[in-house]
Design a binder for this molecule. Structure first.
Ligand code: ZN
Length: 111
């Protein structure tokens, strides 16, 4: 059965605002967002980084500057989780796959 939980229009608007804010703060332009897991996974033609939308709250494809947010999970979670996930994915755009640097980046702004 398909889980239909989604962000509201108002939620999507503040998430878009956060993306623009983070683009400015971290000087990373042209970051795009998708809520479509099939589209996101289709970007990785080598299929090396398939994201499981049951477990993953978000992911990013650095070369496309594309962030995926899992609204099925995040729409039912505290908003701080969405902020933290976005921050984490921006960290990946900045620092690539170096998870320890990404976590340091995340904790610097959201302890
Ligand atoms: Zn990570």
């Amino acid at each position: 059965m398909k889980n239909k939980k989604k962000f509201s229009g108002v939620d999507r608007e503040w998430i878009d605002s956060l993306i623009h804010l983070f683009e400015n703060i971290f000087e990373l332009d042209f970051v795009t967002l998708t809520y479509d897991i099939d589209y996101f996974n289709s970007l990785d033609s080598a299929h090396t980084n398939i994201i499981d939308d049951v477990k993953n709250v978000g992911s990013c494809m650095k070369s496309y500057r594309m962030i995926y947010l899992n609204e099925k999970i995040l729409s039912g979670s505290p908003r701080s989780e969405t902020i933290r996930t976005l921050l984490h994915e921006f960290g990946h755009i900045k620092h690539g796959n170096d998870e320890s640097r990404v976590l340091k980046f995340e904790r610097r702004y959201m302890p």
